[in-house]
Design a protein around this ligand. Structure first.
Ligand code: CO
Length: 423
């Protein structure tokens, strides 16, 4: 161990980035307790107060520590009386790959309906041999599958990179319209097969039971490939704000296509050209044309710690932690820079690395206390590389609002304050 120590603590890239080996099995041991800032043990004299009497009784449904009560979704200021709006996941306060259900981001177009599951029905009709009705009991008899996958609003990260001047807010507000859960439900292909899809059909239209009757067209190929009728999220029934009692889940596709409170699937020959795919959710280009039906969310990553609002308390060793994801497959590699993008080192990816799931990455960094910027850049299994902000604006202008996936730079000043900067 001591033989390896000098080599392991040698930087792999500029400004003190250390080898990812430190976060692979057993690697942290070479750092030693002292360099991680651990306290050495002192003899206990007084017992802490919570050991002096029995604690709280059991409960039928768990709650978190009151000391964690500040960890909350931030609500979009524009959320209106009609229930339209959104809330961001506080990414800077979370770890691992799974988003806790109460902190999953929200986006609603007309509020959260209060649906009685006993009265909810799913209709499959249109270009099928036989139209079918399902209630929740009938659905529960079909074979279910579980998958850990992210969902991301197509407007996510717009605030992080497209305004002319950098907006300074938390990582959650800048990038928190993405969350990752284990989703359990019935593959849509099973029910479409049972209904008997017309060979001339090419699309479906999915519609929700909210007051907006939110609806989107989905290519039939996607519906037959990996679309899920999700009933459970992280082991419990869906939350109302996530579509209780039933939602469509389309892995890797922009979030609003995963229709919540799903009530109807119409099989069609062509896309239905709904409001949410014509006047909204299209990408306006510099020449005035718009891209339409842009579905997969491209490869992206962001460092969640350190990030704005979290302060570095002096020079020393820090753990850079972040998340990477791609709507086109698995994350292949994440690189981190601690010198504003001049040099890059490869981060450790935390297992499991799953298809269309959030992947956690880590990197050890010895901060020298000087002003700098830290960045992350993800590559997915198709070879797609997360682009710079400059490259995106050069290619697409600044009029579009969806699918922004530029590299995020966090500036760090000599006081250890972290801020959104354009590198
Ligand atoms: Co799109």
């Amino acid at each position: 161990m001591s033989e390896r120590r000098p080599k392991d603590l040698e930087p792999v890239a500029g400004n003190g980035l250390l080898h990812r080996r430190l976060f692979l099995k057993g690697g942290a041991a070479v750092l030693g307790a002292g360099s991680l800032g651990l306290m050495t043990a002192a003899p206990a004299k007084d017992l802490p107060p919570w050991m002096g009497a029995p604690g709280r009784p059991l409960s039928g449904y768990g709650s978190r520590s009151p000391y964690e009560d500040h960890v909350r979704r931030r609500l979009l200021a524009a959320t209106g009386a009609d229930g339209a709006g959104g809330s961001w996941t506080p990414l800077e306060a979370l770890e691992g790959m799974i988003t806790p259900n109460p902190l999953h981001f929200e986006r609603h177009h007309s509020g959260i309906p209060d649906i009685d599951p006993d009265r909810h029905r799913l209709l499959i009709h249109g270009m099928v041999d036989r139209a079918l009705f399902f209630d929740m009991d009938a659905l529960s008899r079909y074979p279910m599958v579980s998958r850990i996958q992210f969902i991301e609003c197509s407007g996510n990260s717009y605030l992080a990179g497209l305004p002319r001047q950098p907006i300074n807010d938390t990582c959650g507000v800048l990038h928190g319209l993405v969350s990752c859960s284990e989703w359990t439900g019935v593959p849509l292909s099973i029910l479409l097969d049972e209904a008997g899809v017309d060979p001339d059909a090419g699309w479906i239209m999915a519609e929700g039971a909210d007051a907006a009757a939110m609806n989107r067209s989905v290519p039939l190929a996607k519906a037959m490939d990996d679309a899920l009728l999700a009933v459970y999220q992280n082991g419990e029934r869906l939350r109302p704000e996530q579509g209780y009692p039933l939602r469509l889940f389309l892995p890797g596709y922009e979030g609003n296509m995963s229709i919540k409170w799903l009530r109807r699937i119409k099989v069609t020959a062509a896309p239905s050209m709904t409001r949410e795919e014509t006047s909204k959710y299209t990408d306006l280009l510099p020449d005035g044309r718009s891209l339409i039906f842009t579905y997969p969310m491209d490869v992206k990553s962001v460092i969640t710690s350190p990030s704005p609002g979290l302060v570095l308390k002096g020079p020393g060793l820090y753990q850079i932690s972040g998340m990477a994801w791609s709507g086109r497959g698995r994350i292949a590699r994440v690189e981190v820079s601690a010198d504003g993008g001049a040099t890059w080192g490869e981060a450790a990816l935390c297992e499991p690395v799953l298809d269309k799931a959030v992947t956690r990455f880590r990197m050890a960094w010895r901060w020298n206390g000087a002003e700098t910027a830290i960045l992350s850049r993800a590559v997915d299994e198709t070879g797609a590389v997360q682009p710079t902000r400059e490259a995106i604006i050069a290619a697409k202008g600044r009029k579009f609002a969806y699918h922004y996936n530029g590299i995020q730079a966090w500036g760090i000043d000599s006081e250890g304050q972290v801020a959104n900067v354009y590198a």
